[in-house]
Write a protein that binds this ligand. Structure first.
Ligand code: G3P
Length: 255
């Protein structure tokens, strides 16, 4: 069944490819980002980790075990040690030898093709605030628009520190699956976040109205089936985070 997109009064939510088009290609690799671009995603979501020698790389887990042919904690491996790992075969043999990308090469490659939702998953790496802010400052100095990036994290103190170092870039607070005390989140975080990004399971229009009354935007996540998509598409949200960028076209008719 195809339902109709919300009327012209408001913009349809943007499509954000979760770890790239991770339904079709190995998450957080250029193969997944390429697919997302082909499928006309507006924004690429990606997770950041730091290698032993301080390089920002794109990987969801703290270890390379699940998504590569290597093993170990990323902070105990140098970039040289991880750069030839195969981050594709676990997903499908067609993606053999797909490498773990660096954040910088990914920004350079996809700038002007999509925006970036950068999820700083683990914030315990020494100097992580400085590493993120200095890379983005460098990219902005090279001509990238600050509005191309949103940095999100479950760690509000990380976002607070980042916002101080990099006020021109928008930040988003991720909300864990189990809790949604919207008033508490809004009150505590409003000075330094621009988005509140909860899983779709814990939101409703009333909560989104509260965000919007405080000029907070929202990118709900965890939308991977047509039923959930239809449900969330009726809300006044700014974007939807999906593993399959085509799910929206399959489910919703854009006017
Ligand atoms: O954008 C939301 C998303 O990153 C939430 O976290 O761990 O499911 O990728 P995760």
């Amino acid at each position: 069944t195809v339902i109709t997109a919300p009327s012209m009064q408001r913009k349809a939510p943007i499509i954000i490819a979760h770890r790239g088009a991770s339904f079709y290609a190995p998450e957080n690799t250029m193969a997944a980002f390429d697919q997302a671009i082909k499928m006309k995603a507006d924004m690429l979501e990606m997770d950041i980790q730091v290698t032993k020698d301080g390089k920002l790389v794109i990987l969801h887990d703290f270890t390379v075990d699940r998504t590569t042919n290597g093993s170990g904690n990323i902070y105990e491996l140098t970039f040289k040690e991880i750069k030839n790992l195969d981050a594709g075969s676990w997903f499908h043999p067609d993606f053999k030898s797909e490498p773990i990308p660096t954040l910088e090469e990914t920004l350079d490659l996809y700038y002007n093709k999509a925006k970036f939702l950068i999820d700083v998953k683990h914030t315990s790496y020494p100097g992580i605030v400085h590493k993120c802010s200095s890379l983005l400052k460098k990219k902005i100095a090279q001509g990238m628009e600050p509005s191309t990036f949103v940095i999100q994290s479950f760690d509000s103190s990380f976002l607070k520190k980042l916002k101080k170092q990099l006020p021109v870039v928008e930040t988003g607070l991720l909300i864990p699956s189990h809790s949604m005390n919207s008033y508490q989140w809004i009150k505590k975080n409003i000075p330094y976040v621009n988005y509140i990004n909860p899983p779709v399971t814990v939101i409703n229009q009333e909560i989104i109205d509260q965000f919007q009354r405080h000029s907070l935007k929202t990118f709900p996540w965890g939308i991977n089936d047509p039923i959930t998509l239809r449900h969330v598409f009726g809300y006044t949200i700014d974007g939807i985070v999906v593993n399959d960028p085509l799910l929206i076209q399959k489910t919703v008719e854009h006017k």
